[in-house]
Design a protein around this ligand. Structure first.
Ligand code: GTP
Ligand code: SAM
Ligand code: SF4
Ligand code: SF4
Length: 323
């Protein structure tokens, strides 16, 4: 359906858990966060009901995220049911990739079309540093396992952090050149733990200079519903993409809203306003009543983010919203 600014909103990002098997420095504080109480987390049945209802408003793209979605028990069965819902055309996942070596084929069999995998560095020590203990070899195996499984396209999300991975960016191009892998370089957003570290921000313009690519040839061939702009140099099997949330924000083409693990609809990533669905789900509301709440959340989406006004961000960190 359209929102009040005539944007077509048809993409629901669903965070199925706030839990994670990593603690990335820009996403979570070192002490971790208190997990949401179990009884507040939407059950899979509740999520499937919301998906069904949302298709009546024209939602047809669904991205499962978190926290780390693959750590939630029963996810493959849930995805299998989600993929069967009429109107669910695109079922996708954003993951840190650690569990993909064993789960990629299961995801494909469940009906997931594609995965976006987060990988900010290929250096084992630096990966362990930024994720506070992760094993990069598992993620790299996970990327190739996803290709083998036929998840297509496979995208890799690289959040660029000044003096951490800036020197390593050209190394990622090898992956995009040799394999059908789409590397997306992402501007660090001031949210959660990274809101105090604005000096770590690197703009897309600067990233392009660091990459040293001679000519950026735009391509529209990479399937996706997100804000990335893609380029495919002639001799590349994959592509290079950029997500410029801050320097050239793309809110005027925004097409999504979010569902948090505790059942709130969040019309904008960077605005603390949320609309509760949990209560309605649990107090016997009809589908029509839930649909009305949903439609309201879409209609009142803000025109754009105001990332530089911290008061508007709210108290949630990225893993609790579904980045
Ligand atoms: N500002 C802003 N940034 C977003 C939003 N959604 C995603 N992003 C950024 O884009 C990054 C990649 O998101 P993904 O989960 O891989 O999904 P996507 O790019 O929407 O997906 P596709 O293009 O469909 O592959 C996130 O880590 C965020 O940094 C959004 O609604 N607003
Ligand atoms: C919050 S994670 C959830 C899914 C999964 N755990 C993962 O890491 O892919 C989703 C995406 O948000 C990105 N992210 C987290 N904090 C961010 C920030 N402050 N700025 C930009 N991207 C961020 C991560 O790099 C990841 O690609
Ligand atoms: S970015 Fe993803 S993997 Fe890293 S701590 Fe956040 S939720 Fe976990
Ligand atoms: S910041 Fe808000 S309005 Fe802008 S693209 Fe993201 S969700 Fe949409």
């Amino acid at each position: 359906m359209q929102d009040q600014f005539r944007r077509q909103i048809n993409y629901l990002r669903i965070s199925i858990t706030d839990r994670c098997n990593l603690r990335c420095k820009y996403c979570m504080p070192s002490e971790g966060v208190a997990w949401m109480p179990h009884e507040n987390i939407l059950s899979y049945e509740e999520i499937l009901r919301i998906m069904r209802i949302s298709t009546q408003l024209g939602f047809h793209r669904f991205r499962i995220t978190g926290g780390e979605p693959l750590v939630r028990k029963g996810i493959l069965e849930f995805l299998g049911k989600g993929a069967q819902i009429p109107g669910v055309d695109d079922l996708m996942l954003t993951t840190n990739g650690l569990l993909l070596p064993e789960m990629a084929f299961g995801l494909k069999a469940a009906g997931v079309q594609r995965v976006n995998i987060s990988l900010d560095t290929m250096n084992p020590e630096r990966f362990a540093e930024i994720t506070r203990g992760g094993d990069v070899s598992k993620v790299i195996q996970g990327i190739f396992r996803s290709l083998e499984a036929g998840l297509n396209p496979v995208k890799v999300n690289v959040v660029v952090v000044r003096d951490f991975n800036t020197q390593e960016l050209p190394g990622f191009l090898t992956l995009a050149k040799q394999y059908p892998i789409h590397i997306r370089f992402i501007e660090l957003m001031p949210i959660g733990t990274s809101s105090e570290r604005r000096s770590d921000f690197v703009s897309i313009q600067e990233m392009k200079e660091l990459l040293g690519v001679k000519q950026y040839i735009p391509t529209k061939e990479v399937p996706g519903g997100g804000p990335a702009e893609y380029f495919r140099p002639d001799d590349y099997k994959g592509s290079i993409g950029f997500i410029s949330a801050l320097s050239r924000h793309f809110c005027n083409t925004c097409n999504r809203i979010r569902l948090t693990p505790d059942g709130k609809l969040r019309p904008c990533l960077h605005n603390e306003r949320e609309i509760d669905l949990l209560e309605g789900l649990r107090n016997g509301s009809s589908d029509q009543e839930l649909l009305d709440i949903f439609a309201q959340a879409v209609w009142y989406k803000p025109a754009e983010h105001r990332m530089n006004e911290e008061a508007l961000q709210g108290h949630r960190i990225m893993s609790q919203i579904g980045g």
